[in-house]
Design a protein around this ligand. Structure first.
Ligand code: SF4
Length: 335
């Protein structure tokens, strides 16, 4: 019988799979740029309604540079300058800004604006609107505000059953941009069963960044023992990445940074996949990778699942302020 001593043991190489695309999307880059440019151009104080993007690190960094974050427009002193977050606002917020004579800079992601435009269009055409999303999310609050009397929010396929509308043949659905593709598909299926003539958006509302990051996790989850998602707890798209992996049977955790890693998670985890939500900066990913390297993960392999090269132009308020450069049109460029 062969003897198997310590010298014969095969050393398992612990490795990290670093997913790409990960982290900042075009809407987040644009929103952060808008706050930085506004601070540089106009100087403090610059007020920002709600978290500009859902990441504590980013918000703290901008607050240190002089941005003042408020929850509601009423907290902004009359006549001051305010920036709307990437998640968008309802018409009621725009009206409140006008009443307070605020100088508004709109950092709403163009892909969120697309959903607002669809909501207005369907409501004008007399449709009952079903908005698929999470009721407590800033984006849903804004989109719902476009046609509150005509809109109902659903968050699960089970909720579809109890929907009541005036005319089942005049119903349309829209979705939050940062949903799980699988969950949205199930809810849309339930809606189509209940309302066979339901109308939908021209192209899906779930944005390219949300989709790409989920596809990347799906591609590697099977080959990993653990998935770490860098992102804040209130980031919808980051939470969805954790769900995608857990649904595939690979344990995943959402972490703000390396300090949130429980060493127990790494026990027996030879391959750790790392990704980041659309609002998580790369510096936090680097912090997590450094931690893993210090803990024996000597190999870091970047796994690019698909290329991503999307840019959005700056809003006219900023373009005018900086003298015309930067592109006034917010046009998504997909590659
Ligand atoms: S996650 Fe999507 S919708 Fe949200 S800011 Fe980024 S690109 Fe826009």
């Amino acid at each position: 019988m062969p003897h198997s001593g310590p010298s014969d043991a095969v050393e398992v190489k612990k490795r990290v799979l670093l997913l790409k695309p990960r982290g900042f999307c075009a809407g987040v880059v644009r929103a952060i740029d808008i706050v930085k440019i506004a601070l540089d151009t106009f100087g403090a104080p610059i007020y920002v309604r709600r978290e500009i993007v859902h990441n504590r690190f980013v918000v703290n960094e901008l607050a240190e540079k002089g941005a003042i974050f408020v929850h509601e427009i009423e907290e902004v002193p009359e006549g001051q300058r305010v920036i709307y977050s990437a998640h968008g606002v309802s018409p009621a917020v725009r009206e409140a800004s006008r009443t307070r004579r605020l100088k508004v800079i709109d950092a709403t992601c163009p892909l969120v604006t697309k959903v607002h435009v669809e909501a207005v269009k369907f409501a004008k055409q007399g449709y009952s609107l079903i908005l698929i999303g999470h009721r407590d999310h800033d984006e849903i609050e804004g989109t719902l505000g476009e046609a509150p009397e005509a809109t109902q929010v659903v968050s699960s396929a089970e909720e579809v059953e109890s929907l009541v509308v005036p005319d089942p043949n005049r119903v349309a659905y829209l979705t939050q941009t940062t949903l799980s593709l699988d969950e949205a598909r199930d809810i849309i299926h339930a809606l189509k069963v209940k309302f066979p003539n339901i109308a939908g958006p021209h192209t899906q509302d779930i944005c390219y960044a949300t989709e790409n990051r989920q596809v990347a996790v799906r591609n590697v989850a099977d080959g990993a023992d653990l998935v770490l998602v860098v992102g804040s707890t209130n980031s919808s798209n980051s939470n969805r990445l954790v769900e995608v992996s857990n649904n595939l049977g690979t344990q995943a955790y959402l972490i703000d940074n390396s300090a949130a890693i429980d060493p127990k998670w790494l026990e027996g985890a030879d391959t750790v996949a790392v990704t980041a939500g659309a609002s998580a900066p790369e510096v936090l990913v680097e912090d997590v990778i450094n931690y893993l390297q210090r803990n024996g993960y000597s190999s870091v392999e970047e796994v690019e699942v698909m290329p991503e090269n999307v840019r959005f132009g700056l809003p006219p308020e900023i373009v005018q302020a900086i003298g015309g450069a930067g592109g006034g049109q917010s046009v998504p460029v997909r590659q």
